[in-house]
Design a protein around this ligand. Sequence first.
Ligand code: AMP
Length: 208
Amino acid sequence: MEHCPRLVIIGPPGSGKGTHARALAARWSIPHVSTGALLRREIDAKTEVGRRVADTVRAGGLVADELIVELVERALAEAPAGWILDGAPRTTRQADLLASRIEDQTAIVISLEVAPDELRRRLSLRRDEEGRADDAADVVEERLALWAQTGPLLIDRYARSGLLVGVDAAGTIAETSARVLRAVDEAVRARGGDNPEGPRGLTHLGEG
Ligand code: AMP
């Protein structure tokens, strides 16, 4: 019997977080919590939150940390056994506010690694395919610059706490997906996740 992991996927825009988070959610039968998708849903439904964040999201800026953490906490509370978090934390403050979820619960943090020119190429394709306003060329530059400021701090933080699993995500979706799934399987195994008796790591936290 396998135990559900708690997973966080981080990486620059266009690195494939959503795609690989969906594959991991299917592999482990855990809910996929995407802050970007949650925000876009609020915007499309024109809720109060949606109206508050619409301009920021369209411009590729960062939504207020407290609001993000509230959305995340609400979603994770509904998934006590395991989850995959995609899109947060994006700032040190969010990482601090979510530390009880990520560091205390020894989540596995998957860091997708892709060079900026490949990200530009992918996001320009996505702009044509999906028509997301924040994939416009100037907004993409804004988002890449933001990641360059904040990403290394997160990577460094989770590397120090021993939670980070770096994955080369420059190849095709199929290649990267195989790498991501294998890396997570290995990380779960290394923590005793395949052993129902195993007391270590994330296996029994929050269960029953
Ligand atoms: P994503 O789908 O993850 O690329 O997110 C789309 C947009 O939603 C981002 O460009 C931000 O404007 C906003 N957003 C998503 N997650 C966060 C977060 N953790 N902190 C602040 N803003 C966020």
